[in-house]
Design a protein around this ligand. Structure first.
Ligand code: HEC
Ligand code: HEC
Length: 313
């Protein structure tokens, strides 16, 4: 009897040791490789009545259609295998830079376009929710999005077209990390000419790069990559938008002060303040249940938000 108990004790001791060992190992593994971020939740309208037009019916558009359009950008450029969702860039040429020059920003934009064209980036491809749903567009908008970085900048490339166009447009965001807060340059890349713009971009990009929101789960090339890229964007430090010399930042009026949004979206918040000019992404992200993150608005909050959106300018 006694020896049996001893066995039991020794056995328990071993189990305990094993558990301790296991915790240590798995804890170490966690600190080396963090859990992959959860996949992006599919877009489903929650019927808040905030959309200006009914949710777009894309049932006629199949995964095969999606793949066919995406492939027109060049199959060597997309569907890359990857370990790092962010393509590393060579170190910045000018040591100790404090504030990039416009020519340096231009060089980065040209470089990432070249890397994409040479098949040396890891883009995700999707039909984006916000631009597709937009009241003026309302047809599938195809995006290939890739991110790049070194210690000085984060660079984003968007290669985009609608289902009707044949040509792909190139857009880029360069975040200058030598400044605090970082400064975001927005531009369209036309061949090799860089056309800086901010006013037209600000209406959707109120806090710089936008998290990824596919219109449908099957209109997305690589869900784990999209989730990793989206998290990289969502976790970014607060930045400011660079308005080029030929553009004056317009008067945007009063920032939204509804507590259930502005506790995060404010001058010193995680994300930038929201203005009426951003009403389109606001309507879409709230109606599709992405904002606020982690909960749905209550009916009286929707009424308040609607009243704010419909106020006279
Ligand atoms: C109608 C809203 C809208 C406007 C206007 C807009 N964008 Fe975007 N942009 C988006 C959305 C939505 C995404 C992410 C799409 C997705 O889910 O794939 C995006 C993504 C991007 C990306 C990839 C990195 C990121 O933010 O995810 C770049 C680069 C970009 N846009 C540049 C621009 C530039 C430059 C302008 C102005 C010339 C501009 N955008 C104007 C909606 C817009
Ligand atoms: C708990 C903090 C939090 C609250 C509350 C919140 N947001 Fe956001 N919001 C975020 C974060 C983080 C992002 C970027 C990640 C993303 O887009 O999923 C974001 C992104 C957005 C964007 C896209 C532009 C951008 O800044 O990246 C819009 C528009 C937006 N939110 C609107 C709203 C509205 C409207 C409300 C209130 C109904 C709201 N948010 C409430 C944290 C919040």
């Amino acid at each position: 009897m006694k020896s049996q108990n001893q066995h039991l004790l020794v056995g328990l001791f071993c189990v305990q040791r094993f558990l301790l060992f296991w915790c240590l190992i798995s804890g170490m593994a966690k600190s080396i490789a963090p859990d992959p971020p959860p996949l992006i939740a599919p877009a489903v309208s929650t019927q808040t009545g905030l959309l200006l037009e009914p949710p777009l019916d894309l049932s006629w558009f199949s995964r095969a259609d999606f793949e066919a359009v995406c492939a027109t950008v060049g199959t060597n450029r997309i569907h890359k295998s990857w370990t790092n969702p962010i393509t590393p860039l060579p170190p910045h040429v000018r040591a100790g830079a404090h504030g990039l020059t416009e020519p340096e920003v231009i060089d980065y934009m040209r470089l990432v376009k070249q890397l994409f064209n040479d098949g040396k980036s890891v883009p995700i491809s999707d039909v984006g929710l916000i631009s597709t749903q937009e009241d003026v567009n309302r047809r599938p908008m195809f995006n290939h999005i890739a991110a790049f970085s070194n210690a000085t900048v984060r660079v984003f490339l968007l290669v985009q077209r609608t289902s009707r166009e044949k040509e792909w447009g190139y857009f880029s965001i360069v975040q200058d990390l030598t400044l605090d807060p970082p400064l975001d340059y927005f531009a369209e890349i036309q061949d090799t000419r860089i056309k800086f713009e901010a006013v037209s971009c600000y209406k959707c990009h109120s806090s710089g790069p936008l998290a990824i929101h596919p219109v449908r789960a099957d209109l997305l090339s690589d869900p784990p990559l999209a989730a990793a890229l989206s998290q990289f964007i969502a976790d970014q430090p607060r930045s400011r938008m660079h308005f080029p010399d030929h553009e004056r930042p317009p008067e945007y009026g009063q920032p939204m002060a509804l507590r259930f949004c502005s506790r995060c979206h404010k001058a010193d918040g995680d994300r930038g303040p929201l203005f009426l000019v951003q009403s389109h992404p606001i309507r879409v992200l709230v109606d599709f249940g992405y904002m606020p993150p982690n909960r749905a608005l209550k009916p009286d909050e929707i009424v308040e938000l609607k009243a704010w959106l419909e106020q006279k300018k």
